[in-house]
Design a protein around this ligand. Structure first.
Ligand SMILES: *[C@@H]1O[C@H](CO)[C@@H](O)[C@H](O)[C@H]1NC(C)=O
Ligand SMILES: *[C@@H]1O[C@H](CO)[C@@H](O)[C@H](O)[C@H]1NC(C)=O
Ligand SMILES: *[C@@H]1O[C@H](CO)[C@@H](O)[C@H](O)[C@H]1NC(C)=O
Ligand SMILES: *[C@@H]1O[C@H](CO)[C@@H](O)[C@H](O)[C@H]1NC(C)=O
Ligand SMILES: *[C@@H]1O[C@H](CO)[C@@H](O)[C@H](O)[C@H]1NC(C)=O
Ligand SMILES: *[C@@H]1O[C@H](CO)[C@@H](O)[C@H](O)[C@H]1NC(C)=O
Ligand SMILES: *[C@@H]1O[C@H](CO)[C@@H](O)[C@H](O)[C@H]1NC(C)=O
Ligand SMILES: *[C@@H]1O[C@H](CO)[C@@H](O)[C@H](O)[C@H]1NC(C)=O
Ligand SMILES: *[C@@H]1O[C@H](CO)[C@@H](O)[C@H](O)[C@H]1NC(C)=O
Ligand SMILES: [Zn+2]
Ligand SMILES: [Zn+2]
Length: 580
């Protein structure tokens, strides 16, 4: 038994770290940087099931077989033996045959051998896996070997090893966790390759902290260092371990190893699954309960949110330019009462998905025919005085805004997102019927001038909002069988009179691919129905702040077709009292 464990230690301890002598490969500054690892003798680094990968959460499927893990002796004070600088990372060896993991969808019991880290903290990057393109400053790998397999055969099994991966995020809130303070204090003692010191009084549980270990992703892959053997069943926990940045910086400053992460490898058709407890991921949000609020959206990887032609904008009506080319739209199937397929809670908004290939938009100065995909909403709070539109007109923000999103018919969605006029969004500002008169706050309350559009679309909005209590949960979706057309929702709002500019999606990745149309007349919806959006979803103030116009021009339909100036509306009741 003793000799078997000794062999296991030798074979795996060496294989995972130093079987390929450390100067044969590196992350930068030697002959065999990651793109050349596959040229090493005996290398699997060019294989089809390599790690790390980007975990794209929208393609992850839930696997009910990914149950809870069982962790044995993760809280043992004597489990962590050493911390060693091996030239590529710092690694802690674990007392042989003492610490185990099973469950979590793993086939059998696995014995923990060691854990180590990948980082580039100073550059705010460094994790090997990425989550929807986001790279954390650090990643911890707990490496385990399947029990019951001869050590010399571990690497010949596709699940011979199981690696538990934890993202580590840097905090700057002033809290210093005691275990990480102690743990990182050892780093100054191992500044050079080959140095090792004894580690006392820290458990693996101390380091993992309160990360929820029931939320994780699973896929089959490889070691992320040469020889990149495809023998690893990977577990990546969704929640990061949070450690103060000052402590994480010690990983670099004390030893000069960084960055030490392998680039993302192709998925090649592999399945990524998630445990049932793993919620859909929302890295970004509008308010203060996520990593990326609107002012930080530009820091998301792959994001265009910091570019020059962003949406929404304020439309300053005294700078808009008349354009004769902005003619009438051609709306196809806007009157179809079966075009709305379902209504869903996306985690950010309420969205109505349309039947494929049915609804179209053309004309209106657009150079292509656009296929309409969905419409969704932006809003404020339940309060009667709340505002929540994304676009503003002369700094006026409306209670809500509806976006009807269409894609160029001749492009795929991916192509459209990369093309300046790949998408066309029709934006309708929404307000309560009574607020037309209160736009002039001095107007006396008794001068009621009900607009003709207020009553006609009320039933359609009632039918639509009636579904909101059924989609309280994120990603819930219900079929829409009511006979509601888009025309029913828009009522008789004037669609000849609108503004036009080039901009972006108003949510990450903020692709600058949108021809925007903002209609001048607002759609009228009862305040009680508007309040149902925040009430049922719990989402508040889901609008992006207006963005700088920079050098862009805003165009407007010609005056003949354009908006009757506000003063005419204001004057009408007066003229009426005089002459009617
Ligand atoms: C991916 O995993 C899910 C959940 O276990 C399974 O239903 C599905 O068939 C798998 N897909 C492939 C391509 O293996
Ligand atoms: C898994 O663990 C969670 C939290 O520890 C618990 O709520 C849940 O009931 C467990 N599930 C099973 C199947 O044991
Ligand atoms: C752990 O450290 C001790 C003392 O430095 C050393 O004797 C021992 O060989 C180390 N063990 C490993 C596995 O590196
Ligand atoms: C857990 O560690 C203790 C010693 O601290 C040991 O006696 C026990 O066998 C270990 N458990 C397992 C399952 O290895
Ligand atoms: C990473 O940080 C180092 C300094 O710590 C800097 O020299 C280097 O340019 C940075 N790399 C990137 C990609 O930002
Ligand atoms: C592993 O070692 C055993 C003896 O311990 C031997 O029988 C077997 O052939 C070896 N397997 C490989 C793949 O070398
Ligand atoms: C910082 O520590 C305090 C006290 O332990 C705790 O209440 C607070 O939640 C911690 N902050 C964070 C961000 O963990
Ligand atoms: C570790 O804990 C033991 C007993 O709990 C204590 O005697 C010892 O001083 C501690 N060592 C360190 C380095 O904190
Ligand atoms: C409107 O669009 C439909 C379908 O794209 C097309 O068949 C029709 O000719 C268009 N009508 C006008 C007036 O452009
Ligand atoms: Zn690793
Ligand atoms: Zn929108």
């Amino acid at each position: 038994m003793q000799s078997k464990m000794c062999l296991l230690r030798l074979v795996l301890g060496l294989t995972l770290v130093a079987l390929v002598k450390s100067n044969l490969w590196c992350y930068s500054g030697c002959g065999h940087t990651p793109e050349h690892w596959e040229a090493l003798d005996e290398s699997h680094c060019g294989g089809q099931k390599q790690s790390p990968i980007d975990i794209v959460t929208s393609v992850v499927t839930i696997d009910p077989n990914l149950g809870n893990f069982t962790f044995v002796n993760f809280s043992s004070q004597s489990a962590i033996k050493n911390i060693t600088n091996n030239g590529h990372s710092v690694q802690c060896d674990i007392e042989v045959d003492m610490v185990e993991v099973s469950g979590g969808g793993l086939d059998g019991e696995y014995s923990v051998l060691q854990f180590h880290f990948h980082w580039d903290v100073a550059n705010n990057s460094g994790s090997e896996h990425t989550l929807d393109g986001h790279r954390y400053p650090m990643e911890m790998h707990i490496v385990t070997a399947k029990k019951g397999i001869l050590p010399n055969e571990t690497l010949n099994h596709n699940d011979g090893l199981a690696v538990l991966g934890f993202f580590i995020d840097a905090t700057e809130d002033g809290n210093i966790s005691a275990p990480w303070e102690t743990f990182t204090s050892y780093l100054k003692d191992i500044p050079e390759e080959g140095l090792s010191v004894k580690v006392d009084n820290i458990t693996i549980d101390d380091l993992i902290g309160n990360v929820d270990r029931t939320k994780f992703y699973r896929y089959m892959g490889s070691l992320t260092t040469p020889y990149c053997n495809q023998a690893v069943v990977w577990t990546i926990f969704q929640e990061p371990i949070k450690v103060h940045k000052d402590l994480l910086l010690r990983f670099s400053t004390d030893n000069g190893i960084a960055p030490n992460y392998r680039p993302i490898q192709p998925l090649n058709g592999r399945n990524i699954t998630a445990s049932p407890a793993t919620p859909p991921l929302h890295l970004w949000c509008y308010e203060d309960h996520c990593d990326y609020t609107p002012s930080h959206w530009s820091e998301l990887s792959g994001s265009h949110c910091g570019d020059e032609s962003q949406s929404p904008i304020d439309i300053s009506t005294d700078t808009v330019v008349e354009n004769e080319a902005l003619n009438s739209f051609n709306f196809t199937n806007f009157d179809n009462k079966h075009a709305i397929k379902s209504i869903t809670n996306t985690g950010h908004t309420v969205q109505c998905v349309l039947e494929d290939g049915l609804v179209e938009v053309s004309g209106g100065g657009l150079s292509h025919v656009y296929s309409t995909l969905q419409f969704h909403f932006h809003w404020g709070t339940e309060s009667a005085h709340s505002v929540g539109s994304e676009h503003t007109v002369d700094q006026k923000q409306y209670p809500m805004e509806m976006h009807i999103v269409s894609k160029r018919k001749d492009l795929t969605l991916d192509e459209a997102l990369k093309t300046p006029d790949g998408l066309a969004v029709l934006g309708f500002l929404i307000e309560a019927p009574s607020s037309t008169k209160s736009s002039s706050s001095t107007a006396p309350a008794e001068t009621t001038s009900p607009t003709s559009s207020s009553a006609s679309n009320a039933e359609a909005w009632k039918a639509l909002t009636h579904h909101l209590p059924d989609i309280k949960d994120v990603e819930s979706e219900v079929e829409v069988t009511d006979e509601i057309s888009i025309d029913d929702l828009l009522g008789n709002v004037n669609r000849e009179s609108y503004f036009r500019y080039s901009g972006s999606l108003t949510t990450p990745s903020c692709n600058e691919a949108v021809v925007w149309t903002i209609f001048k007349e607002s759609v009228k919806v009862d305040q009680v129905l508007m309040a149902m959006f925040p009430e049922n979803t719990g989402y508040h103030n889901i609008f992006r702040p207006t963005q700088p116009l920079h050098s862009r021009k805003i165009f407007t339909t010609a005056a003949a077709a354009g908006l009757v100036p506000v003063w005419v509306y204001l004057l009408l009741p007066c003229l009426c009292t005089l002459f009617c």
